[in-house]
Design a protein around this ligand. Structure first.
Ligand code: NAP
Length: 422
């Protein structure tokens, strides 16, 4: 039992840490509303909101820090859909990554208790269907991404999530480092190790788009841990060192090539030949690393429209192009001849299930994977972080927001309490 606490405040200041387990009625949050969809400066607004209560299978987490990822950008824009249309609430608190402390547990929760220091994966599923019991919860009909398809994400002092989402916080990490990686790491883990028949193995060559980005930084490290060769692609030589330090075999600057965008009309010989010539030049740059004739076994895709024709061309015979996004556009094109004649697999991939998230987190606990924390923002600057991401101006790696951790460098609740700012 928690000791009775007198004078519970209606709302605590950001950076102020209430006594363990004490839940105020209201909290500070960054809130997106339907009538202000647009760029982050417009869509993200500070509001005071009711604290969301956990259901029987859920836990309430006191958020110490929150990771920044593209979900917040898309949610703010309302593109390709408004998340408010999906969950039907009139508000949306974005944020699909956190580190924090279990503050309250639902009546059916057995494995976690108040005070546990945790991070969370962002997959929600029903827990009752065959996919959730013996299958893959990512195929559950009720599968959703917390903080994107659900209304109460981590850019707030409190959130309530399914107990199965919790994972132990790696003890060697600060709150901000622990908060920044799970969404991209688990996504990369499933893409590289989750699709049976095309899982990475020692010596394989893997082409990693956006090597310095969130997904790419994780993909390079997973490849290294497995013994596969990551060939990273970036848009600036200034990003090469970051990828090499993470263990990339080599890095290619995409700005040196001009084969980007949708596939030209195959009937337009001049345009098609110009594209094919440039795409072969890009393929030759890969061979310069892997050896003549050695195409990538796996292409790790997410830019989408601008890169997909090249990805499907340069992938090895019998290899796989695995993609989890279309950041530059969803109208993906390819020359189908390269795919059927060379029997390539095109595989969609979306986040990861709890077992994959746990295995991925173990790689961080074992220090095989570094979270690649880049920039840390105060809670007040949440929308600035999203603007940077939106403009592709963010630093290499993963950004984090301090929520209830008042200063950087704190690793436990007790440490953070010492610098708490009432
Ligand atoms: P990020 O940190 O911004 O990294 C994306 C990288 O893409 C950038 O570093 C950039 O690197 C590269 N890029 C940008 N424009 C490009 C272009 N025109 N051609 C080639 N590369 C380009 O973002 P992220 O966190 O890795 O996420 C990337 C995408 O995946 C987002 O759309 C996100 O929503 C999605 N995602 C999906 C899932 C899922 O489960 N489905 C999970 C995580 C992320 P350079 O400019 O250096 O090339």
């Amino acid at each position: 039992m928690l000791a009775a606490v007198e004078n519970i405040k209606e709302i605590y200041a950001v950076g102020e840490i209430p006594p363990l387990g004490v839940v105020p009625a209201r909290m500070h949050a960054w809130v997106i509303r339907k009538d202000r969809h647009g760029e982050p400066e417009k869509s993200f607004q500070r509001e005071e909101m009711p604290v969301p209560q956990p259901g029987p299978d859920e836990v309430m987490v006191f958020v110490m820090a929150a990771g920044v990822n593209y979900n917040g950008v898309w949610a703010g824009l309302g593109e390709p859909i408004s998340p408010l249309d999906a969950h039907k609430k009139d508000y949306h608190i974005a944020g699909s990554d956190l580190s924090g402390v279990v503050w309250k547990v639902g009546s059916a929760v057995k494995n976690w208790k108040v005070g546990d220091e945790v991070i969370a994966h962002c997959n929600i599923s029903c827990g009752q269907c065959e996919h959730c019991n013996g299958g893959d919860p990512m195929y559950c009909a009720d599968q959703k991404i917390w903080g994107y398809e659900t209304p109460d994400g981590s850019f707030a002092q409190f959130t309530s999530i399914q107990a199965q989402q919790l994972l132990p916080k790696p003890k060697h990490l600060t709150w901000e480092a622990a908060s920044c990686y799970m969404l991209v790491l688990a996504t990369a883990y499933r893409m590289l190790l989750g699709h049976i028949g095309h899982t990475i193995k020692p010596g394989m060559n893997v082409l990693v788009w956006g090597g310095s980005g969130g997904l790419g930084s994780m993909a390079i490290q997973i490849c290294k841990a497995v013994g596969a060769n990551a060939i990273a692609v970036v848009s600036s030589d200034s990003k090469i060192e970051h990828c090499m330090k993470l263990g990339a075999k080599a890095v290619i600057n995409r700005k040196n090539f001009a084969c980007w965008g949708q596939l030209p009309d195959v009937g337009d010989k001049a345009a098609y030949d110009a594209w094919a010539k440039e795409a072969r030049k890009f393929g030759k740059a890969i061979w310069d690393i892997t050896g003549k004739g050695n195409d990538p076994d796996i292409v790790f895709e997410h830019p989408g429209m601008t890169t997909f024709p090249v990805s499907t061309m340069v992938c090895r015979k019998g290899g796989m192009v695995v993609f989890c996004a279309g950041t530059t556009g969803y109208n993906l094109t390819m020359d189908a001849r390269y795919v059927w004649m060379r029997q390539k697999r095109i595989q969609g991939s979306h986040f990861a299930n709890a077992a994959q998230s746990r295995a991925a987190n173990q790689m961080v606990i074992d220090q095989q994977v570094d979270p690649c924390l880049s920039e840390v923002f105060r809670f007040e600057a949440t929308r600035d972080a999203h603007t940077k991401m939106r403009k592709n101006e963010h630093p290499a790696g993963n950004m984090a927001i301090l929520v209830s951790a008042a200063t950087v460098g704190m690793k436990t609740l007790e440490e953070a309490r010492k610098t708490s700012t009432p």
